[in-house]
Each structure stands twice: as C-alpha cells, then as structure tokens.
Ligand binder design. Sequence first.
Ligand code: GLC
Length: 583
Amino acid sequence: MTPLKWWQTAVFYQIYPRSFADGNGDGIGDFKGIIEKLDYLKDLGVDALWLSPHYPSPNWDCGYDISDYCNVAPEYGTLDDFKTFLAESHKRGIRVILDLVLNHTSDEHPWFLESKSSRDNPKADWYVWLDSPLPAGEGTGVRVPPNNWQSCFDGDAWTYVPERGQYYYHYFMKQQPDLNWRNPEVKQAMWNVVRFWLDLGVDGFRLDAIGTIYEDPNLTPHNVPMNLAQLRRASELAHTPAEKKQIEKYWYDMFKHQWGGPGLHDLMKELRAILDEYDGDRMLVGEDDNIDYMGNGDDELHLVFNFPLMRTERITPDHIRRNQKERLSRLEALPIKGWACNTLGNHDTSRLFTRYGDRQHDSSLARLHAALVLTLKGTPFLYNGEEIGMTDLIITDPSKLRDTMAIWYYHSLVNDLGVDPAEAALRAGEMSRDKNRTPMQWNNAPNGGFSPPGVQTWLPVNPNYKEGINVRDQLHNPNSLLNYYKHLLRVRRNTPALMEGEYVPLHPRAKDYFAFLRQTSAQTVLVILNFSSRKLELSFSRTAALKDKSLRLLFSSAIHSRTDLSPKALSLGAFEVLIAEAK
Ligand code: GLC
C-alpha cells in the first residue's frame, strides 16, 4: 500500500479567528491569541488547522468579503504575526490551511472599486456586469434587473451601479460581488494570491463556495413563486412532510441556475497544477460535497466534505450506513481512488452538541458523534469549541446580531412580511450563524477567559462557561468531554487501522447501534456505537474477521472490568462507544 499523505491521516481543527482567542484584549480574536493556544492544540492532539479568513475585510460577512488577499486583517495582527503563527504551528508539527474565497471579493476591494468606476476601465470586465434586459424601462424611470435570481443572503442577486448604468451579480450579499472567472486576468490575479501564500509555506486551502463560481451562461430565470425572504419564512412554517418536501424543492429550484455552471473542472485542474509545483503535498479541500470535483481522483481537489452525513435532523445508524455506502462507493469508483472527509459542524451550522442533541442525553450523544467522526474512514474536521461541548447561543436582541444575513432577514420579516417583531427577532436569532460563532470558552472567569474582564466581546460569550463548559475546568476533570476527545485522538493516532483501514459495515439492519470494522492487512479494529439508551448484548461470532479471535479493548466511553473481550458476547451500556482490536 502506498503510504498515506499527511492530509489523509491528519485530524483537522477549524479555527474561527474572530472567536478563538483574544490576545490583545480588544474583544476580538487575533494571531497573538492563537499562538498562545498552540500548545493547547498540540496537547489536544490535532494535526492541522483550517483557518477561516484572516484577511482585511469590511466584515459584512465576517471575513468572507475580502478587500486584500495578501494581507492580514489589522484586528488580527500583521503579516509578521501570521508568519510567526505559521512557524510556531509548523514547529509543533501542526500544518495550516487557509480559507480561499474565489467566487467573490468585497465590494471595497480595489479591483471592484476600479471595475465599478466606468464601463471601460482596465478592470471593467473583472466582475459580472449586465445591462437591464428591458430597454422599455428606459425613459420610464423603471429599472429592471437582468433576471429574477436571488442572492442566498439578502434578496436580489443584482445590484445597480449608476456610474456604469449596469447591474453586478452577487450570489451572496451585495457587498460580495462575484468575480468574472471567464476573464483570464482574474485567474492570473487570483493564482498570484495562491502563490503568495504557498510561498510563505501554508499547507493548502479550504476553497470557499466553489460551486458558485460559474453560473448558467443563459441566465435562465428560476420558477419559484416567491422571493428569498418569503421562501425562508415558508420554510419555517412548513410542518408536514409534504410541505417540507415542497420547500426543499423550491430551495433547489431557486438556486439551481446559479450553481455548477460549466468550467469549474478546468479551473480546479489549473489550481491543482499550481499546488503540485510545490513540495510538501500541499492540499485542497472544497466546500462542496460533489465528488466530481475530485476529477480523476488526483487532478482536481484532494478532498470534498461529506456534508450529506450532517444533512439530517438526527444521526441514526441507518443514515450513517446509507451515507457511507453511497460516498465510499463513489470515491472508490474514481480512476484513482478518492479519500473521504467527514465533519459534523463548522462556522455555518448549528453546533453539533445542540443540533444532534435530544435535550435528554446531549452529553452522551456528543460523545457518540465525536467518536463517529474520528473512527469513520476519511479525514475528520473538527470545529473549535466542539471538544468542550459548546452549544448554540440564540441572540434574541436584533441589535446584537452580527451576521448580516440574519439582520437582513429580521428586517424583511418585520417590514415586508408583517411578522411580529418579537417573533421576527427569535427567527432571526435562530437562523443566524452568530449562534455557533460565539467566543471560545477558555476558563470560568468573566468573558469565559476569551477576553479580559470588562471587555465587550464582538459577540456575547455563552454564559454556560460558568457551568463547566470551558477548557480549564475540563482539563482538570478526567471525565470531561475534552479529555474524552484527547483520549480518542490519541487512540486514533496509535491505531493504524483507524486511519488507514477499509470500512466494513457489520449488522446492517441494526437500528440501535452502528457497528463496523476498520481493517488493514495487519490490523482489524471493531467499532461499536450504541445510539440507544438500552443496554446491548451483541455477538459477532458470524463475522469472519473476528471468528476465533479475542478482542483487546482500545477505548470505551464506559468502564469495563476487563480489557480482553469476546466477540461472541459483548455487553455495551447505554450510548456506549467501544473500540477494540481483534487479536
Ligand atoms: C461559505 C462560507 C460562509 C460564507 C459564504 C460566502 O459558505 O462558509 O461562511 O458566508 O461562503 O463566502
């Protein structure tokens, strides 16, 4: 077997810089803070960091609207601070990948400022500019956007610029104009950005929203009988399965012409070729679940996320088995086998502790889900704070919201849809991504130790830091979730089959538990995740790989009196996670 690359065996950890650690006491995370926490990350046992955008930005979309791709946001520090961070990470054997936003820039980026200034400046064609299609509008004072496309964040996807007498297109907010990737100069400019960071030594990139880079060149209008705000509201009010299905179809239909236009494969190949010029196995992971973007398995993206695993209200054994079957068979069918990549949360989604909890067994479920991501075949991505069980914090005061998309929705609900302001505030708080971006909780001190006492943090700190949901308390508690993650990460690192082994599902009809093997030619490991509150008595006597073997316990979330177990008669407690090696 060819030895695996670092990004195949690594556990990635996503740092959301604004909320990770505030080193200079201004209420906002920064590189000084991150550097101070590198020993914590090393001790936790992660191998690589994905840094959400750290570039200068007016922050309409929390850094995903970049105004300078080759620098560091002043609130996070300087380019030298970044270099120190990178060197200190590498010194500890921790790799670093950056967030690369290709689809759009900030509307304050000099490229856009120039582009919008006239129809004939050197960058006039760097963004997606269109005339209003109805000249009849002329003279009547009525302007009509090129079509009915919506921005997925804030209403119309077209914004009018008087200097050009034209509209520009934005899949996201109007402060995030889409670049025109059909223009070779745009490519060159962005490839220079890529080289800039690769030259500094970064280990790769997470590619933001790549599916949105090319839209339908025919500008086919959508046929959904509502606009974005109405559709969001309808989603909230849909209760029956039929209503939910209809809404799902509407979401798909509303945006299907704005995604996956022709050209992306060639573009990804070009980008990949640049990475391959560098030593050190630099890597690309796409914010997309489409395995097609891995090309032949070795000429486009190294990884795409297994988002379908998390696209469910509840994680059940059936759901996982179906998901694994579908994903792994597709990856294996690539001419050069692809590698899986699993995650259960990031800065855009409800936190896994909240989202997949049942309000009764949340702690046990969080442990099961952590074990799932860390034992499935593929590269795991963790999101900062999940290791201490951080939960969503719903902000119900609209003036405290920072996620522009939620602020926009609040105003649409109240002003356009006539929703009562109190309900609108709740709905906006629930859909806002602020809830899962609150500052990291480091200890049981004011501000959760994120910022010094008395400092106003950029988003409120979740007060549950006082209830043990903080790093320091959990480090001292051997039974904490944090120590559970640490233990599991260690077991993973010391168990080659958990990193390299094939996935072999067992007991395919089991409703209560998910059992599988991870297998290399040298090692067989059995993993059982009991998703129920029932005790289980299981037998694997019919599993060929376990026949006539005994099991050596590698990890359990419960206490076992013995470390040698029999596959013929295994007892598992409620919600137990058990990992054992066949001997
Ligand atoms: C990605 C990011 C998200 C951002 C969007 C626009 O989906 O994860 O946070 O708002 O792209 O850049």
